[in-house]
Write a protein that binds this ligand. Structure first.
Ligand code: BGC
Length: 425
């Protein structure tokens, strides 16, 4: 099961290796905010989200993470808190996020602030979302307000989380709001997310040219179920072109190749990043039996969401980005697993840090890793279930935090400056 995936030699980490933890606003804060996930929960379509207490306990969480050795924290801003009605910005919400950034800095964690992580304000949905004629302008006005309110309390920024997953789930398969399943809309949205990224990059750099902008894109490691079937192989290649290659190409050349459409030049997209952030969880199989999870092992470890563990996909994704965007520094901006078994979590982490190290040795300039996530949170349609991604558990009644064994394992790796195989379960 795990043997071939785990390191058999110590993995060294440079003293400036970026050790971080990633989270998102709605998943951690929850609450009765005017967004589309709250509306869906009211209709009984998704589980409700009371939050994990981060909204009140952020300073305590940061101190705990700093004690574990982390020095970076990725958070997001909930658009519907900051702009609850179109054009009306709530100064209290902006003050709150400023305090969150200050508390992170005080604890010794650099905040990396993401402006968009899957949730839409209710008013935006009513106007037709980001694809409406006013959608891009609405987003950029919100970005402008938020960046000017939080800079220089925050100097590290992301325009969006996994824009291509947002396109895939929200516009092609319709699994996530706005629940559209239409190839044309997905192509239009691909162009839109690229324009929003380029626009946000300009806003962050105009605030201070020394600010850092990092993308956050998941690497989807696609495999054909039947490698002897040319149709299956071509289907997989076209998914891969769309979801993995389109933005990479756009960031490199400024021209976005869109499926079934003429390539579009996006002003400001070329080179609109200081760091490429790559998220990775698992590999995907596509074929006659549909879409599923993939591994090259006969008996791979399976996580609490039924996904096979395949760390080689992380190595491959990092090498691919390094090849497409030479000279751009890389970070793993999310990696972790849903489980209630701490041996599993520790092994998953070690296997992926080993894959990261192999990519680094093969030339990918990867300088850090963010664990998803700090405290267990709302895993979208899974709600609060066994899909627990946290290094830290919490008591739903008292909110009390309890670091898990994987947190202690990472504390040791960070303080030793290396991961030692003999410390693995
Ligand atoms: C998303 C998170 C999610 C995580 C685990 C990522 O793709 O950015 O919001 O919780 O995966 O499924």
């Amino acid at each position: 099961m795990w043997e071939s995936l785990l390191p058999d030699e110590p993995i060294p980490f440079a003293p400036d290796f970026v050790w971080g933890v990633a989270s998102s606003a709605f998943q951690a804060e929850g609450g009765d905010v005017p967004n589309d996930w709250v509306d869906q929960a009211r209709r009984g379509e998704v589980p409700p989200n009371p939050g994990n207490g981060f909204f009140e306990r952020y300073a305590e969480d940061f101190r705990l993470l700093a004690q574990l050795g982390f020095r970076h924290y990725r958070l997001s801003v909930e658009w519907s808190r900051v702009e609850p009605e179109r054009g009306r910005f709530d100064p209290k919400a902006l003050d709150h996020y400023r305090s969150v950034c200050d508390a992170a800095n005080e604890a010794g964690l650099t905040p990396w602030v993401n402006l968009f992580h899957f949730t839409h304000p209710r008013w935006l949905v009513a106007r037709g979302g980001l694809l409406a004629a006013s959608g891009q302008g609405d987003f950029l006005r919100y970005a402008e307000h938020t960046v000017s309110a939080l800079a220089p309390h925050a100097t590290h920024w992301h325009s969006q989380n996994e824009s291509m997953v947002y396109v895939l789930l929200g516009y092609l398969t319709g699994e996530f709001p706005p629940e559209i399943a239409d190839g044309d809309a997905a192509a239009a949205m691909t162009e839109t997310v690229a324009r929003l990224h380029a626009g946000t990059y300009g806003i962050v750099k105009a605030a201070d040219s020394r600010n850092t902008v990092a993308t956050i894109e998941v690497y989807i490691d696609y495999h054909a179920e039947d490698p002897d079937d040319p149709e299956n192989v071509e289907g997989v290649a076209s998914l891969d072109r769309w979801y993995n290659a389109t933005l990479l190409e756009g960031l490199g050349s400024g021209v976005l190749p869109l499926p079934g459409r003429d390539p579009v030049e996006i002003p400001g997209l070329q080179g609109a990043l200081d760091v490429y952030g790559l998220n990775y969880y698992n590999a995907t199989r596509v074929g006659p039996s549909g879409i599923g999870h993939w591994s090259d092992q006969p008996d791979p470890p399976i996580d609490a969401m039924g996904r096979a563990v395949h760390p080689a996909g992380l190595e491959q994704g990092l090498l691919r980005v390094a090849d497409a965007l030479p000279g751009v520094p890389l970070l793993v901006t999310e990696n972790g697993c849903p489980t209630t078994d701490e041996d599993f979590r520790i092994r998953y982490i070690a296997a992926h840090l080993w894959a990261l190290e192999r990519a680094r040795r093969a030339g990918a300039p990867v300088g850090g890793w963010f664990h998803w996530t700090a405290v267990d949170n709302y895993e979208w349609k899974h709600g609060y279930s066994d899909a627990r991604f946290g290094l830290i558990g919490f008591d739903p009644t008292t909110g009390e935090r309890t670091p898990r064994r994987a947190a202690e394992f990472l504390r040791r790796v960070i303080s030793d400056g290396e991961l030692r195989p003999e410390h693995l379960p």
